[in-house]
Design a protein. Structure first.
Lengths: 114, 112
């Protein structure tokens, strides 16, 4: 089954404790991206990647890092999480490497930073 | 930065009513997508429109892309409780190279 898999689904952590949210897709898509979703703000892009070893900032990249060492994986790293990073996070992949085609989303990771 | 303004933000209606959700921008997009998101899930694509003036129908849902490719609308006829969810528009292309720009979303509740 074609899918984007995120882990974990739920995470509660403390300020400053490094964490990684994993994302994997099995559709051989070139393009992958991370979004955060906050009430009233919709989905805002954090980082995106058009291909292996190619990543770029989205609209809200501060406090986040990503890497793309393999086509299928695109982990999101919070080196020193803060409470304002409490949010619902989605990973997505797209066949189009310009990111304008249909986006396939994971089920989301609800992160709480206390 | 391209912005998409979606309205209304909330919509609460009775089963059988019609409704329209709007998605507007001052920028031109090469494509406009509509997604539906249910609680606990990621958004799922409903439709993509790419040509100015294009109209697409998906059962009781009608999607329109403005002639100038700056705006779009989603019209639902005879809404049903199963239509309840968050509807998101997303613009691709234009000056937003390499990304989709999402609207804030419309939370639709259809009461039986």
């Amino acid at each position: 089954e074609a899918q984007v898999t995120q882990n974990p689904r739920y995470l509660i952590t403390v300020t400053g404790k490094k964490l990684t949210v994993t994302c994997s897709q099995n559709m051989n898509h070139e393009y992958m991206s991370w979004y955060r979703q906050d009430p009233g703000l919709g989905l805002r892009q954090i980082y995106y990647s058009m291909n292996v070893e190619v990543t770029d900032k989205g609209d809200v990249p501060e406090g986040y890092k990503v890497s793309r060492k393999e086509k299928r994986n695109f982990p999101l790293i919070l080196e020193s999480p803060s409470p304002n990073q409490t949010s619902l996070y989605f990973c997505a992949s797209s066949l189009s490497n310009y990111g304008t085609g249909e986006a396939f989303f994971g089920q989301g990771t609800r992160l709480t930073v206390v | 930065t391209q912005l998409l303004e979606q309205s209304p933000q909330f919509l609460s209606i009775q089963e059988g009513e019609n409704l329209t959700v709007y998605c507007n921008s001052s920028s031109v997009f090469s494509s406009l997508q509509w997604y539906r998101q249910e609680p606990g899930e990621g958004p799922v694509l409903l439709v993509t429109v790419v040509t100015g003036g294009e109209v697409k129908k998906l059962k009781r849902l009608t999607f329109q892309f403005g002639d100038a490719r700056k705006d779009s609308s989603l019209h639902i006829t005879a809404a049903q409780p199963g239509d309840t969810g968050l509807y998101l528009c997303a613009g691709g292309g234009g000056t937003s190279y390499g990304k989709l720009t999402f609207g804030q979303g419309t939370i639709l509740t259809v009461h039986p």
